[in-house]
Write a protein that binds this ligand. Sequence first.
Ligand SMILES: Cc1cc2nc3c(=O)[nH]c(=O)nc-3n(C[C@H](O)[C@H](O)[C@H](O)COP(=O)(O)O)c2cc1C
Length: 244
Amino acid sequence: MAGHSDRRSLGLRAVRRRGPVRAEPRSPSRGSEGPEQKVPSRRSRAELLRTSHSTTLHTPTPITSAPAGTARAQTEKEISVRDIEPVQAAQQLRQAFGCFPSGVTALCAYRDGEPVGLAASSFTSVSMDPPLVSVCIQHTSTTWPKLRDRPRLGLSVLAEGQDEICARLASKGGDRFAGVDWFASDDGSVFVEGATLWLDCTIQEEVPCGDHDIVLLGIQGLSAVLDTSPLVFHASRFRRLASI
Ligand SMILES: Cc1cc2nc3c(=O)[nH]c(=O)nc-3n(C[C@H](O)[C@H](O)[C@H](O)COP(=O)(O)O)c2cc1C
């Protein structure tokens, strides 16, 4: 879990100031304003957040059905306001994304007599009906063009202990499948042996998004090994699950 010091390193600064809690008078009806009656501020919550760190927000008094003695509690709320700094650097963003733990998948297919594939941690389940999952592929990938015209793609959710396989499937040089146990389906999907889940997929849609494409994959078949723990990727490190 990211602790307080981690938040600081990401440039987040906690500000918590409590202002005095005061009851505001009800808005007088038009034309009845006297010297003793103050009109409560009509600033919106958004405006307050933009312009002040004060934490006491005054909402208009409800006109009806407030039981006697509860109006004060209902009309004032104290909230905590913090500064969230804008995105300034790629490293900051990378660290931020790394706060979210994920599994790691291998997306592979058979092409020109050999397996091709890459490691992807951006895997997400998307839809039950129809069954869809997604991965995000960076536009600079040199492997994706070799995968995207395949009739089927094999997606393997890597298991605990398969971190070296993951590193190999992400490597820039050399044979990515050297030392990797794999098998293929008749349709050319390639799967990693020992993974915790195999999904036999077709490409349903590619949606360009920023510097990545969201690739929607239709699930045509699957095989899950439910008692095998997955590999976990968090904060640029491989980890293992622990029960709580
Ligand atoms: C743990 C891990 C997760 C990765 N996840 C993704 C991902 O979700 N999407 C992606 O495009 N690349 C991801 N990569 C990078 C690719 O595996 C690969 O290195 C990259 O596509 C460059 O190789 P290529 O030019 O052969 O495609 C990941 C790498 C690692 C080590």
